[in-house]
Design a protein around this ligand. Structure first.
Ligand code: FAD
Length: 361
């Protein structure tokens, strides 16, 4: 396995040799950058704010407005979502307010978003690559017959003002930059924590543009009977944790993951694992960190017995401080860890837990 960072072709006109450079005339009608504001049970998903931060940069480069799209029932949850949309930098908010949008269902959300796009014609539409965002983005893109680049790690504006959407490919060993040259809007999903959280504005202002849903309950086949919280998933809040402790195959046996949980407990941290650990069934899938698991940006990340393969690295390199414990001084994780400890994690973790318990008690 190569430990080289994946390489992307720089998103420049030169990187698109042979591709059409003149954008069709009717594309000029499509303007502005939109971010879908994901609200579930009255709470805005933080990925929406991360995307507003990224959307602001794209909008400024294009010299256009940044808008948030809020879909929900009339009430405080929706009003708060609009306030937060402006607080994180949007110039305007497109609002579809209807009781049918109280809980996520694909049909009314797809209709609301596609109607807005057809009416107001954004050039770029960004959604979080969450369970909801992935479901909605796919159906909106297929309804609009436009392109969608999923799970992007980088967005940029090309010299002809096209969106250059970069994402890992071939198992994470390469990055590819994808353009939607022949259709509008240009759509992309981005996973939580991949983009940095922007500063909240002190005195936000913005304009609200309301649009009707134009649907009745009988038009919707999906009915919501009740909500059953998924305890395992709701317990794991890895993506937004300040401190994360994770274990890899170096811990050698399922029972040794108790050491990871104990250290996390002492630190008030979340815990996670590398992919093979999850594949062995030693930890549940929602604890996997990396390219095909969660992206994390904690203040402190402690990795025990993890080699630091590129697919793991891309999920953790946003951490402020990475402490790696590994018996192999040449392990790739030491190339990007801030503090490296060359030792046996199975013996070291209990000592570290004891030391923290003593200090924090
Ligand atoms: P290993 O590579 O087996 O490393 C174990 C490490 O532990 C070694 O560095 C060893 O020196 C060290 N060690 C051994 N004994 C001890 C000890 N007693 N104390 C301390 N250190 C010790 N991986 C992910 O993690 N997340 C992903 O999302 C992910 N997605 C992937 C997607 C694709 C398409 C592919 C192909 C792979 C993906 N992988 C992912 C797998 C990735 O390539 C690596 O195989 C994986 O990260 C390695 O896990 P590991 O470091 O736990 O195990």
């Amino acid at each position: 396995m190569s430990d080289a960072k994946p390489q992307a072709a720089a998103p420049s006109a030169g990187s698109r040799a042979g591709m059409k450079k003149e954008l069709p005339e009717h594309f000029k009608a499509y303007k502005h950058v939109w971010v879908f504001i994901e609200v579930e049970r009255g709470q805005v998903h933080p990925v929406s704010f991360e995307l507003l931060g990224e959307g602001r940069k794209l909008a400024d480069q294009l010299g256009v407005d940044l808008a948030g799209v809020v879909l929900g029932p009339a009430g405080e949850g929706t009003n708060a979502a609009i306030r937060e949309t402006f607080a994180y930098g949007a110039d305007l908010a497109y609002l579809v307010e209807d009781p049918l949008l109280a809980d996520y269902r694909n049909e009314p959300f797809t209709k609301a978003l596609t109607d807005l796009v057809n009416t107001y014609q954004p050039e770029i539409l960004l959604l979080g690559a969450t369970t909801l965002g992935r479901d909605l983005a796919g159906s909106v893109a297929t309804t609009l017959l436009t392109g969608l680049t999923a799970d992007c790690t980088e967005l940029a504006v090309d010299s002809d003002k096209s969106l250059a959407a970069t994402r890992p490919t071939f198992g994470g060993s390469l990055l590819c930059t994808i353009y939607t040259l022949n259709y509008r809007p240009q759509m992309a999903t981005i996973r939580p924590r991949v983009m940095a959280m922007p500063e909240r504005l002190e005195k936000p202002v913005g304009k609200v543009v309301s649009h009707p849903l134009g649907m009745v309950e009988d038009d919707i086949v999906t009915k919501i009977l009740s909500f059953l919280p998924d305890r395992e998933t709701s317990q794991a809040n890895l993506a937004y944790a300040d401190v994360v402790v994770a274990g890899g195959m170096g811990l050698q046996a399922a029972e040794n993951f108790q050491l990871v949980r104990q250290l996390a407990g002492a630190l008030g941290a979340e815990y996670g694992c590398s992919r093979p650990v999850m594949q062995k069934g030693w930890m549940p899938a929602d604890r996997q960190i990396g390219q095909t698991g969660k992206t994390i940006r904690p203040k402190l990340y402690i990795a025990a017995g993890i080699s630091g393969a590129i697919q793991h690295r891309v999920g953790v390199e946003g951490a402020d401080l990475i402490v790696a414990i590994n018996t192999d001084k040449n392990a790739p994780i030491f190339d990007f860890a801030h503090v490296g400890i060359v030792t046996d994690a199975i013996r070291f973790l209990p000592a570290l837990t004891k030391a923290f318990e003593k200090r924090l008690s």
